[in-house]
Design a protein around this ligand. Structure first.
Ligand code: PLP
Length: 432
């Protein structure tokens, strides 16, 4: 097929994320990825300013990860995980346990972040069942949160966010306010929400420190401490979804480690786990949670995806974790934060720009309304920087290995977008 034929077929018959087939948004024909770059079939070369949805932490096609996948493919691409185990999975579980918060060493491998969230919720419910509280099968989630696009994960995401269309089908959970303002007062609201439904609630879930895909909002460690205390007092399972914020995106390996005394009972990880090479995620449970589930009335944790612990994905993740372990990422991210802050200092609030904020390798310009899509595309081409604004956010979450020149270019592209006039379409035209 020629490039033109591929694009034409794609426009007519291939769905893209959050897109229409009758009026599809422009899709660029990616031909190759390498390091921090995406190369397109027409000869374009773009810095991947969003690390392909926040995964490609070490850059694309990292030789060590590619070689690990290749090596693994020679002996075993896949085998069912029911009735079999294999070295890449066990090695990975051990690596994860070594870097997870203390006591979290019981790993369930899932094939995507959303599925790991579903599994985390099953863990919370099965924990309560094991404790003789079968009615506790709802979660408390936070307004402004996002946990994925599968049914349960949608139902835990901001109730007024991108999934409102499916309200009729989604299970009903409970929501506490977005974590902002005074943490003490917020904690009172959380307690009120929980205590109003205390016999129904199995646990609390949040994205620690960074609410990403629904809000691009940063918040402090005090909120995490409050959640930990409130869950301890009521024997609720606390789930931290580190899928976006983990692996140094905000600075430390785990965003929640800013609250050293507030480890979760279950932690979800994904995205950068394989450095953006293959889909893999995990829900990791504390000994307390895992023991209760395993000794409970059912005994078994009731989930089992076909591609669970796929050996190619595990091999990629092992290589990715080795790169993280080699160190230097926390410093790189602090440096990225400095560059973003300095470079975006000229973007002033006022007019269409409501706020500019940076945390670690996350830079956000919040607008009143995004510029026109065509104008955004022109900035992408002019600066050679791939950005994908959504809702009313122009943001960057690039590979963690970007050098100063790349980071500055990304920030400049964001500033150029921020200077564009607001578009006619309502915010929400773009998604995640
Ligand atoms: C915090 C968080 N949780 C869960 C998910 C869902 O992950 P996946 O797209 O791999 O299903 C995402 C994806 O953006 C996320 O940011």
């Amino acid at each position: 097929m020629t490039a033109g034929e591929i694009l034409e077929y794609d426009r007519r018959r291939v769905w893209h994320p959050y897109a229409s087939l009758s009026n599809p948004p422009r899709a660029r024909l990616a031909a190759r990825t390498e390091g921090i770059y995406i190369e397109t079939a027409d000869g374009g070369r773009l810095i991947d300013g969003v690390a392909s949805w926040w995964c490609a932490a070490h850059g694309h096609g990292h030789p060590a990860i590619v070689e690990a996948i290749r090596r693994q493919a020679r002996t075993m691409s896949h085998v069912m995980f029911g009735g079999f185990t294999h070295e890449p999975a066990v090695e990975l579980a051990d690596r994860i346990a070594a870097i997870a918060p203390e006591g979290l060493r019981n790993v369930f491998f899932a094939d995507s972040g959303s599925i790991s969230v579903e599994v985390a919720v099953k863990m919370a419910i099965q924990y309560q069942q094991a404790k003789g509280r079968p009615r506790r099968c709802k979660m408390v989630a936070l307004e402004g949160g996002y946990h994925g696009d599968t049914a349960c994960a949608m139902a835990l995401s901001d109730p007024d966010g991108m999934h409102t269309l499916f309200k009729g089908m989604m299970p009903r959970h409970f929501f506490a306010p977005k974590p902002e303002g005074d943490a003490g007062r917020w904690a009172e609201e959380l307690e009120k929400t929980i205590d109003a439904h205390k016999d129904e609630i199995a646990g609390v879930i949040c994205e620690p420190i960074l609410q990403a895909a629904n809000a691009m909002h940063f918040y402090g460690a005090d909120f995490l401490r409050a959640m930990r205390r409130i869950c301890d007092e009521r024997d609720l399972v606390l789930v931290f979804d580190e899928i976006a914020a983990g692996f140094h995106r905000t600075g430390p390996l785990w965003a929640h480690s800013r609250a050293a005394d507030a480890a979760p009972d279950v932690m979800c990880i994904g995205k950068a786990l394989t450095g953006g090479h293959v889909s893999l995620a995990a829900a990791i449970a504390s000994d307390k949670t895992a023991d209760a589930i395993s000794r409970g009335n059912v005994g078994a944790l009731m989930h089992g995806p076909t591609y669970m612990a796929n050996p190619l994905a595990c091999a990629a993740a092992n290589a990715s974790l080795e790169l993280f372990a080699a160190g230097g990422y926390e410093e790189k991210v602090h440096h990225a934060e400095e560059v973003f802050k300095k470079r975006l200092a000229g973007v002033e609030r006022g007019g269409n720009v409501r706020d500019v904020r940076v945390l670690g390798a996350v830079a956000v310009v919040e607008t009143g309304r995004l510029p026109e899509r065509d104008a955004i595309d022109r900035v992408i081409d002019e600066y050679g920087v791939w950005l994908r604004p959504f809702a009313n956010f122009i943001y960057a979450m690039p590979p963690l290995v970007c050098d100063d020149a790349a980071l500055s270019r990304i920030a400049d592209a964001m500033a150029a977008m921020a200077a564009l006039p607001p578009g006619r379409e309502a915010a929400g035209d773009f998604h995640e």
